[in-house]
Design a protein around this ligand. Structure first.
Ligand code: NAP
Length: 352
């Protein structure tokens, strides 16, 4: 695609923590160009430079500082909207944009478990875009909604997918160590998290189970069938700034040798349509063989923050295999994952 005919895109919730990541990623994107920014009534009508309280590394892009923030209503000059609004706001706003003909790529949890709405990780279930046609017919929308998964389960599903294809994943036990940036800004109070571990994140364990079954499931003739996998999860918030770590035990239909499992993880590349997308990492999974890796401080930036690092692959005396994953939660687990979804929609012909 030439730089002269980039696809116009808008960011909904552009002043928030995830919205800022979208803005940062989309400036200079080879296919997309930001033509509108929108946020709450508190920000609408202000220059972006005045409305935003920039909380991510770097500075707000100078090229967008003068852009006037608009209200969260259709009428924006864009064909794709990236949504980073709170889930209660998404409930109203995202269908309004789909009804008005926009392609909505959402980061909110609101519609993740609606059968008609794809929950996408392109390397895992690119074929689930096939349900968009039925979504449009049944909702009567000229546009549509696709969603990105929870930032913690993203890394788990990416690591499980090739193992599921090869050996059939049936049981998963997982304990997460989730960074504070996953709670947005201002997030968890410093007095609650410094020098501490909080063994509860509201709603998180339920999301893991639903989203895992949905993404490892099948879409055939517009019908979604969830995967037959049992998950037992423990979600913990830990005093790490960025990067979600998960310790996993996995039970299979056909238990692999450890060397076979490592080879399957290492060889994983995702479908051909995804490999040529601008944000797709050359290796979706980076397998570490050191005994003390992966670690969030050392591994979140693997393949530009788009790869999941997997290590400590070893036998499990309870299930079949144990391993550890580390994922960049605000890139692969949030904004970059949604940008990759939008690139897939372009490559698959859903956005022109
Ligand atoms: P945030 O920092 O609180 O930003 C929220 C954005 O939505 C801001 O632009 C804000 O505009 C706007 N907004 C807030 N209340 C609104 C209202 N009542 N009406 C209209 N607009 C409103 O949140 P965030 O951390 O970026 O998260 C955004 C979404 O992404 C959430 O659904 C979250 O669950 C999801 N998510 C977050 C992460 C993460 O790592 N943080 C990961 C995955 C998914 P103003 O600035 O004008 O108030």
């Amino acid at each position: 695609m030439s730089t002269h005919n980039k696809i116009p895109v808008a960011v909904l919730g552009a002043t928030g923590a995830v919205g800022q990541r979208f803005v940062q990623l989309l400036v200079g994107h080879p296919w997309f160009e930001i033509t509108a920014l929108a946020a709450s009534e508190r920000s609408a009508g202000k220059r972006y430079a005045d409305a935003v309280n920039w909380v991510i590394p770097g500075d707000p892009p100078a090229s967008l500082g003068e852009m006037i923030v608009q209200p969260l209503e259709p009428g924006l000059d864009a064909r794709v909207v990236f949504s980073a609004v709170p889930s209660d706001v998404a409930q109203e706003v995202e269908p309004a944009f789909a009804r008005a003909g926009y392609a909505v790529c959402s980061n909110a949890s609101t519609f993740r478990n609606v059968d008609l709405i794809p929950l996408l990780i392109p390397e895992v279930n690119a074929d689930h875009v096939g349900i968009i046609a039925r979504q449009r017919v049944e909702r009567g929308w000229p546009g549509f909604i696709v969603t990105s998964p929870n930032c913690t389960i993203t890394g788990v599903v990416m690591a499980l997918k090739p193992l599921d294809v090869a050996f059939g994943v049936r049981k998963v036990f997982m304990a997460s160590m989730q960074s504070v940036s996953g709670a947005g800004y201002p997030g968890v109070a410093s007095l609650d998290i410094l020098g501490n571990v909080v063994p509860f994140i509201k709603g998180e364990e339920e999301k893991f189970a639903q989203e895992l079954r949905k993404m490892l499931g099948r879409v055939e003739a517009g019908i979604h069938t969830g995967a037959n996998v049992i998950l037992s999860a423990h979600a913990n918030r830990v005093p790490v700034f960025e990067g979600h770590t998960v310790s996993l035990s996995v039970g299979f239909e056909t238990a692999p040798m450890i060397e076979e499992a490592i080879a399957v993880l290492r060889d994983y590349r995702g479908p051909a349509i995804v490999r040529q997308l601008p944000s797709a990492p050359p290796r979706p999974l980076v397998v570490r063989m050191e005994p003390d890796r992966p670690q969030p401080r050392r591994d979140i930036d693997a393949e530009g923050g788009m790869a999941v690092s997997v290590g400590r692959v070893r036998p499990c005396p309870l299930l079949d295999l144990r391993m550890t994953t580390v994922t960049h939660n605000t890139l692969r687990g949030a904004a970059s994952g949604a940008v990759l979804n939008a690139e897939l929609l372009v490559a698959a012909g859903y956005v022109e």
